[in-house]
Write a protein that binds this ligand. Structure first.
Ligand SMILES: [Fe+2]
Length: 229
């Protein structure tokens, strides 16, 4: 069997954006991977969905398929081998260390998620503006173009985050996901972009998952990172 890899080239060096993520809570990077790399990753991801065993699925429903992948899976399963390089990518690790100002960081999981429209709009978590109690720095890479209605993730803008986040996070009795009512739609931004666009975001800021409303199927590769401190 031939193992196809996207090459051992490092992910793009985005170290100059650490402060943007610190200040804004999120930051959109166009062409994080090239269009060609995105379509190669799309093909490898679809192959992974086909080959994966049931236990590898985090969600397997009619409109949503999510594979949850640990580093060891990318060694043990040949169809996940193409993701191994992200667990050890020096540019990525350096970025995360600088963000958390710690050498004690980890990349616990990578997720591959394909979603299509269910035909109805819902207003429940995670599609409501919220912030998460557990803090992750996530790298979300669109492997297909995401336009309006294609389920781009939405974030509260900097002004909103800096004003409220400290107060919100200091509250007692935080749940894992905490709904925040944002009535001013000018205070939020929905991230759309071409295949290869990456959004880096801190789950402590106010955000919501995007719901696919069009016929396009969204395909996302998400790398979750965190500080172990
Ligand atoms: Fe969330």
């Amino acid at each position: 069997m031939i193992i196809i890899k996207t090459g051992d080239k490092n992910l793009k060096n985005i170290s100059s954006f650490v402060n943007d993520v610190k200040e804004n809570g999120y930051f959109k990077i166009e062409e994080f991977v090239t269009a060609d790399e995105a379509s190669e990753l799309e093909a490898l991801s679809l192959n992974a969905f086909n080959k994966a065993e049931e236990s590898q699925y985090h969600i397997k429903e009619e409109h949503t398929a999510v594979l949850s992948i640990k580093e060891e899976d990318t060694i043990n399963k040949s169809y996940l081998n193409f993701l191994n390089q992200y667990f050890t990518d020096s540019n990525l690790i350096e970025f995360v260390e600088n963000y958390f100002e710690s050498k004690n960081i980890e990349i616990p999981k990578i997720f591959l998620a394909e979603s299509s429209s269910t035909g109805q709009k819902v207003d429940v978590l995670p599609y409501k503006m919220h912030f998460d109690k557990t803090r992750y720095l996530k790298f979300m890479i669109y492997l297909r173009d995401v336009g309006k209605g294609d389920g781009g993730t939405t974030f509260a803008k900097k002004e909103w985050n800096t004003k409220l986040q400290k107060e919100l996070l200091s509250r007692d009795a935080l749940k894992e996901e905490n709904v925040v009512e944002v009535y001013d739609m000018n205070a939020v931004e929905e991230i759309t972009g071409q295949a290869g666009t990456c959004t880096v975001f801190d789950t402590n800021i106010t955000h919501k998952a995007g719901q696919v409303l069009n016929k396009n199927k969204r395909l996302v590769l998400r790398i979750d990172t965190r500080s172990k401190e």
